[in-house]
Design a protein around this ligand. Structure first.
Ligand SMILES: [Zn+2]
Length: 223
């Protein structure tokens, strides 16, 4: 009798679906304005050591200066998005002018790279930018957490700023243009990884959260 009860109990337990909810917190590190020389190289070294993928929003005129670094970003599995050719504000530009910024940059991207994001320099604005993004099939990526690394050139202060504010699904804005940023980014990865965060590209973060990216739509985070 006990054996029958045990078997029935076992069958009931097996029938209860296991609610294995994913407790992992995900964030995307994004780096604007590059590629640059030694900063980008040191960042890529640190990301590779940690097996972390990031998103690089790069400029056409910078790819011309640092083609090997652009190639390395792509070869090492990071995501590449377009940050304009000239890094001029797109706010006053016509649609044609913004499309030229996009296409001139796309022409210089390493073979095989198909960008899904446009990040307009300085942020979103201008009818020309919206129309151009839509026409070129690019989603507009802004951010939810600004590290302010363009103003704060102190790695410890940057780490404190990001680690104290970060939330699941954040898109974190940084620039691979300063030593302090590279040191901070790698420290942020180490601290947040220990707290259960995982670092993915912006496109991966969208996919993880079931977001179907739409050309011309703006995304600042994926909570
Ligand atoms: Zn920029």
């Amino acid at each position: 009798m006990h054996r029958i009860i045990a078997v029935i109990l076992c069958l009931i337990l097996l029938a209860i679906p296991i609610q294995a909810e994913d407790q992992t917190k995900y964030v995307a590190l994004t780096f604007d304005d590059g590629p640059s020389g030694r900063f980008t190289r040191r960042l890529l070294d640190g990301l590779a050591e940690r097996d972390v993928k990031a998103t690089f929003l790069i400029c056409g005129y910078r790819i011309k200066e640092y083609p090997a670094e652009a190639r390395r970003i792509a070869d090492e599995g990071h995501e590449i998005g377009i940050h304009g050719y000239s890094h001029k504000s797109m706010c006053p530009m016509t649609q044609d002018e913004v499309e030229a910024e996009i296409l001139d940059t796309a022409a210089l991207l390493p073979a095989g790279v198909e960008p899904v994001f446009l990040r307009p320099p300085g942020g979103q604005c201008g009818d020309g930018m919206w129309d151009a993004a839509r026409m070129q099939g690019l989603a507009v990526l802004t951010w939810s957490l600004d590290s302010k690394d363009w103003a704060i050139h102190n790695a410890n202060a940057l780490v404190e700023r990001v680690v104290s504010r970060v939330q699941d699904g954040d898109v974190i804005l940084m620039h691979d243009m300063y030593d302090s940023t590279v040191t901070a980014a790698l420290t942020i990865i180490d601290i947040l990884s220990a707290r259960g965060y995982r670092f993915v590209t912006a496109a991966e973060l969208a996919q993880l959260r079931g977001v179907q990216l739409q050309p011309g739509a703006v995304y600042c985070s994926f909570p």
